[in-house]
Design a protein around this ligand. Structure first.
Ligand code: KIV
Ligand code: ZN
Length: 392
């Protein structure tokens, strides 16, 4: 099986649905250029029918970005598809992303329809979108909670109608990785014509499983991952781009290929966080401020002997500046010696031993000891050394 994984970035669509994360046009364009440089294959630029701003964003990004497909979201509704097609006119590789809810929740209590009419709407939407573009992606909303047999019927029908990509969203973030992977496998084994389309994983993080589910999907036959920078998105967010990329990089035995330049991950993450006014949690995998920080004595000592003792990713691989040895009351003498050396003090073992109790006292009081504090402590060491040489 071909192992190339398409990275579909939806930071500007699902990501922008995050409360408080609204972007203006220049900001959207700046992020789109950054995503192109990062090497994503598809940029979902917006939902054109939803607002004039989204329409214009898709239009402007379509004009400018030439090294990624530009995708626009629609419901399975004629006026949505018309708007998407219009907004995508300038794109070198336009994609229309249309779809409808397929779980019984959506069919009966959201759409007030039945399974047969949902299937008919799905097929009609794909056929209609095909009048405008070759590349039509279909999403079966809430596929995570959709009965597999019915889902397979819908997927088979939309591929027959011309869908090039079939998106199987776990819209509510409900699935377990085994369950989601099994769903993808079921489709690969039970849909006639499945080899004519790419299966796409679109996962939400309501149970903290969005990344695990996306990886399970590609292990079971999906070849596109829909994700966002920093994992932002509706409610608890979407699969995080930086996480899936580094999982593929670190687990070479999986033999998945992608086109992302991992050295741009950290910078892209910072840019999106700043423009969207969405701080990154300190312990966020790959891009959090603590991702390369070591604070306990045992870890610091092991890290200083060999970084690989405690780091599976080096900061350079993702474009972060360096690892940090953070000095707290949990730090040991090795870390203290290292940090003092970094600012120019080469103390003997005895000097460090004399200083250490004072260091712990200060660290207990102020939580994190910084370089200024270290300079002050160094004066004490010098006094200690002077006294000792006088009494010797
Ligand atoms: O989560 C979801 O189901 C979506 C679709 C609109 C693709 O975002
Ligand atoms: Zn979504």
């Amino acid at each position: 099986m071909e192992n190339q994984i398409q990275i579909f970035d939806t930071t500007l669509r699902d990501g922008e649905q995050t409360p408080g994360a609204k972007l203006n046009m220049p900001e959207k364009i700046e992020i789109a250029y950054q995503l192109e440089a990062l090497g994503v294959n598809v940029i979902e630029a917006g939902f054109p029918i939803s607002s004039p701003g989204d329409f214009e964003a898709v239009q402007e990004i379509s004009k400018r970005i030439k090294n990624a497909s530009i995708c626009a979201l629609t419901r399975a509704v004629v006026k949505d598809i018309d708007a998407a097609a219009e907004a995508l006119k300038g794109a070198a590789s336009p994609r229309i992303h249309t779809g409808i809810g397929t779980s019984d929740f959506h069919v009966y209590s959201k759409l007030n329809m039945n399974r047969t009419s949902v299937l008919e709407h799905a097929v009609a939407a794909v056929k209609y979108a095909k009048n405008y573009v070759d590349d039509v992606e279909f999403y079966a909303e809430d596929a995570g909670r959709t009965d597999n047999q019915y889902l397979a019927r819908v997927v088979e029908a939309v591929i027959k109608a011309g869908a090039t990509v079939v998106n199987i969203p776990d819209t509510t973030g409900f699935c377990l990785p085994e369950e989601y992977g099994a769903k993808i496998k079921y489709l690969t084994q039970n849909v006639v014509g499945i080899e004519r389309a790419i299966i796409s994983a679109h996962c939400h993080n309501d149970l903290g499983l969005a990344t695990a589910n996306a990886i399970s999907a590609i292990e079971n036959g999906a070849r596109q991952i829909e994700c966002t920078i920093n994992g932002i998105g509706e409610r608890a967010g979407n699969t995080s781009l930086e996480e899936v990329v580094m999982i593929m990089n670190k687990h070479a035995r999986l033999k998945f290929l992608h086109t992302i330049n991992s050295k741009l991950l950290f910078g892209t993450s910072q840019m999106v966080s700043e423009l969207m006014n969405m701080p990154i949690q300190a312990n966020k995998a790959i891009v959090g401020s603590n991702a390369f920080s070591h604070s306990s004595g045992i870890h610091q000592d092991g890290f200083l002997k060999n970084p690989e003792n405690y780091e599976i990713i080096s900061p350079e691989e993702v474009g972060a500046t360096s690892s940090h040895i953070v000095l707290t009351a949990r730090s040991g003498r090795a870390a203290l010696t290292f940090r003092l050396k970094n600012i120019g003090y080469d103390f003997t073992r005895e000097e460090i031993t004399a200083l250490y109790p004072r260091f712990l006292e200060i660290a207990d009081k102020i939580k994190e000891v910084n370089d200024d504090n270290l300079h002050q402590m160094a004066v004490l060491v010098k006094e200690f050394s002077a006294q000792n040489s006088l009494t010797a």
